[in-house]
Design a protein around this ligand. Structure first.
Ligand code: F6P
Length: 419
């Protein structure tokens, strides 16, 4: 590698996305890249020529270690959809002019299925125009819904946090006595894929029964049947804990969160903001059954919990960052790095690259045979799949009792503005 590399982060952040950034940086430097630039807020920021030289921020080994342990996108993220090439070539000409100005040899984009659309379009444009820059996708999403990869970095840490939190919530729910019992509804991210919600089953073990029910978005949700099932369990237990996906829909295709006071926000890829499902269901159950209810929306916590990160996840995130640079250096373009599971026990996983055209904009859902009990739980195969991904811990660097992170460029530039 003789010229420069540019890397961006895109889509929803995770606890592991910065480990991939660290992997890209280190590998690019080791392979001889002159400069490694970071786009600020992905391709959207790049279009406004917002970027940094990562060497100004990763000066020491400690900085690199802190970066791996810092949640959220260090460079800032975006949900920006490039136009189709035939619709607006000016946008592409602008991006490629910036890449030429920065003498970019490899463009690495760390993101999910929407972000892979960016790699797909830019690599197509490079082929059309005969441009030499190589474009490689680096997988990331807590949703774990990317096609052709066994799993995605970011998922393991979020799953570990969810399994842990569910267990703590279940323990707490048995403490107090309520006349008609307590129903706790925990809302978990993942949009239309139930991988994250299914991870609630990880709470189950010798010391915990796990949640009473788990509702994935792959199955349609029936409000009345739900009430009846909760009522039945309440006849036997004082506490019912239910994990539900933010994306559960009724038979007619409406998101359950839209039945209440939902938010109308829609992003550039047409995704509605899904939020409020647990609150809606908790109110509904309280009204129907007269019991105490509690709605818990794990929200940002599940994707930012680097204090509970999985070691496997953080290491794999670093590994795919490095593999993306290696692929570009070896001449690949229009590809995404995928994780290939070689064995479960002992767990072993390697990397390959696959055509991004077969990945962009697609959604990998939980296989139907892994959803059991009429759509209210996940199978032991599901648990065996996710269990290796949550193994091991990454100790935060603790300062004054709180994990130390690497200050992001945006926070650095904004910290003096408020007062
Ligand atoms: O795609 C990752 C994700 O965390 C989804 O699980 C969730 O629906 C979405 O992002 C939330 O996005 P935002 O933080 O933009 O509301």
């Amino acid at each position: 590698m003789k010229r420069n590399v540019i890397v961006g982060q895109s889509g929803g952040p995770t606890a592991a996305i910065n480990s991939s950034l660290a992997g890209v940086y280190r590998t690019a430097k080791d392979r001889g890249a002159n400069k490694v630039y970071g786009m600020l807020h992905g391709v959207q920021g790049l279009l406004e020529e917002k970027y940094i030289d990562l060497s100004d921020h990763i000066k020491t080994e400690l900085d690199a270690e802190l970066l791996k342990r810092t949640p959220a996108a260090f460079l800032g993220s975006c949900r920006y959809k490039l136009p189709e090439i035939h619709e607006d070539r000016d946008v592409y000409d602008k991006i490629f002019a910036i890449l030429d100005k920065l003498d970019i040899e490899a463009f690495i984009y760390i993101g999910g299925n929407d972000s892979m659309d960016t790699i797909k379009k830019l690599s197509d444009y490079a082929i059309i125009t005969g441009h030499p820059t190589r474009f490689i996708g680096c997988p990331k999403t807590i949703d774990n819904d990317l096609a052709l990869t066994d799993h995605t970095p970011g998922y393991g840490s979020a799953a570990k946090y969810i399994g842990t939190s569910m267990k703590e919530i279940i323990r707490d729910s048995f403490c107090l006595e309520y006349s008609n019992g307590l129903v706790t509804i925990v809302e978990i991210m993942g949009r239309n894929a139930g991988w994250l919600t299914g991870a609630a089953a990880l709470a189950q073990g010798e010391d915990c029964e796990g949640p009473d029910m788990i509702y994935l978005p792959e199955h349609s949700f029936d409000l009345v049947k739900f009430r009846d099932k909760v009522q039945k369990i309440l006849e036997k237990k004082t506490s019912v804990v239910v994990a539900i996906s933010e994306g559960i829909c009724t038979e007619d295709g409406r998101y359950v969160c839209e039945l209440g006071n939902s938010v109308d926000f829609v992003d550039a890829f047409g995704h509605k903001q899904l939020s409020g499902t647990a609150a809606y269901l908790a109110n509904y159950i309280a009204g129907e059954l007269g019991c105490k209810t509690r709605a818990i929306e794990l929200s940002t916590l599940q994707r930012a919990a680097s204090h509970a990160a999985s070691r496997v996840d953080i290491l794999e995130a670093y590994q795919v960052g490095g593999a993306a640079v290696k692929a570009a250096d070896e001449g690949d373009s229009g590809k995404m790095v995928v994780l290939q599971r070689l064995s479960d026990d002992p767990y072993q996983c390697g990397t390959e690259v696959k055509d991004v055209h077969k990945i962009a904009n697609d959604e990998k859902l939980v296989p139907p045979e892994w959803v059991i009990n009429g759509g209210t739980y996940v199978s032991s195969d599901f648990i065996s799949y996710v269990r290796p991904l949550i193994q091991g811990d990454v100790s935060p660097v603790m300062v004054d009792g709180i994990p130390r992170h690497l200050y992001t460029p945006r926070e650095l530039s904004e910290r003096h503005k408020v007062n």
